[in-house]
Structures are given as C-alpha cells and as structure tokens.
Design a protein around this ligand. Structure first.
Ligand SMILES: C[S@@+](CC[C@H](N)C(=O)[O-])C[C@H]1O[C@@H](n2cnc3c(N)ncnc32)[C@H](O)[C@@H]1O
Length: 211
C-alpha cells in the first residue's frame, strides 16, 4: 500500500484548485500538442488518467494506453473511461521501469507530475524505459511543477510545495530547482518546446540524433 491508495479518490481536486485556474491549463496545452492522427500514445504513470482521458476524447484516431502501478489510481481512471464510453483506450497495471511493451512502439509518451517524486535511480529507470519505448521520431511530453515567481502563485502553491517536500524529502527540492533541459539531455532527449503553464511547465522532447 502506498500514498496513492488514499489519494486516488480526491486526486483530481489538484486540477480544479491549481491547474485549471485562469491562465494556461497544462492539460489543455498537452492536448493541443497531440494531433488527431492514427498514432499510439502512452500515458506513463497515468494515475487517474487525466492526461490520457482528454487526449482520447479529443483525438478518436489516437490509441491511448495508460499505465500505472497503483491499482486504486487506475481504478479511478477506468471509472472515467467507462463513464465516457471511450473505445480508444487501454489501461495497464504495470511498473513504468519494466513495462514489457515493445521497443519503439509509441509516437508520443507523456510523463505527467511523476519525476519530482522519484529518487534519482527511479528517474533514471523511468526515462530509460521511455527512451526504449519511444519511436525514433516520436515525442516525449513532460509535465512538471515549475518554480514560481509571482507572489500570489507562491502563496497558493505553498501547501502543495510543503506536502511534496514532506512526502519526497531529499529529492523534491533538488528536482524542482534543477535545469530540466540539462537533465533530460543526459537521458538522450533534446528539448523542442517548453511552455509555462499554471504552476507547471509542459516540455516536448525529441530523441537526440546520434552524431
Ligand atoms: C502524482 S501522480 C501523477 C498522475 C498523472 N500522471 C497526472 O498527470 O496527474 C504519480 C503517479 O505515478 C505513479 N507511479 C510512480 N512510480 C511509478 C512506477 N515506477 N511505475 C508506474 N507508476 C508509477 C503513481 O502510482 C501515481 O499514480
């Protein structure tokens, strides 16, 4: 049992309170990046499937696979998929470090609000698996918390900041402050696009071409 056994039911409040306030909602930004073409999308560590659900709804031509190791989080995701009657979705209960899926089988991989809560070894293993699963010309989409400069936003984000520091001692603040472009470069990804959103940043990355 982990923290998501308790958080699964209330998790989507995160979107209502922080992410969807007036301004750039990162979920809408991610949606806008993905075209409605015949392609495969992996929502890695999908949680309650918020990213995957809006993409599957907007893009019926996409096949959207959601993967998470927390059964309660996946259960919430499944409930939403059934409620909307979406047919272009598959949900898998797997560990992101060892998915058992085929090499280079996805056009887009999304990793949303996951890496800040991982220790460096887990970040390493998740990004290596994402690299293996992504097609050569595919895109990795990262959604992560962004350091705030505006006082009103710093104050509103404070409860989440302290919750993250307490739940992920030692590595949250390091990741929060890190130069993400540099970090992803270490794992073979080049940043194509970086868009500041409400409390977060959405990054679109490509596999670096070998010299
Ligand atoms: C903060 S939630 C993010 C959920 C969702 N991606 C979003 O954008 O809201 C983090 C999720 O990552 C999942 N997770 C963490 N490590 C994982 C791993 N090694 N394999 C699969 N899922 C993992 C947790 O179970 C949890 O559901």
């Amino acid at each position: 049992m982990n923290i998501y056994s308790f958080l699964s039911v209330g998790y989507d409040l995160l979107d209502r309170i922080w992410l969807s306030e007036k301004g750039n909602d990162p979920r809408r930004v991610i949606e806008s990046i993905l075209p409605n073409e015949k392609c495969k999308v992996l929502d890695m560590c999908c949680g309650t499937f918020t990213n995957g659900l809006s993409i599957a709804r907007k893009n019926p031509n996409n096949l959207v696979v959601g993967l998470d190791r927390s059964k309660p989080m996946l259960f919430e995701g499944k409930r939403k998929v059934i409620k909307e009657g979406l047919k272009n979705v598959r949900l898998l209960s797997r560990d992101a470090t060892d998915t058992g899926l085929k090499d280079e089988s996805f056009d887009y991989i999304i990793i949303g609000l996951v890496l800040h809560e991982c220790d460096p070894d887990l970040i390493n293993r998740i990004l290596k698996e994402a690299f293996r699963l992504l097609k050569k010309d595919g895109s990795l989409i990262i959604l992560e918390w962004e350091k705030q400069k505006n006082i009103r936003k710093i104050v509103k984000y404070a409860p989440l900041y302290f919750a993250e520091v307490m739940c992920n001692p030692g590595y949250f603040t390091k990741f929060y402050k890190a130069d993400k472009k540099k970090l992803f470069k270490k794992y073979g990804f080049e940043t194509d696009l970086s868009i500041s959103c409400n409390y977060t940043v959405v990054m679109k990355l490509k596999k670096r071409l070998e010299a």
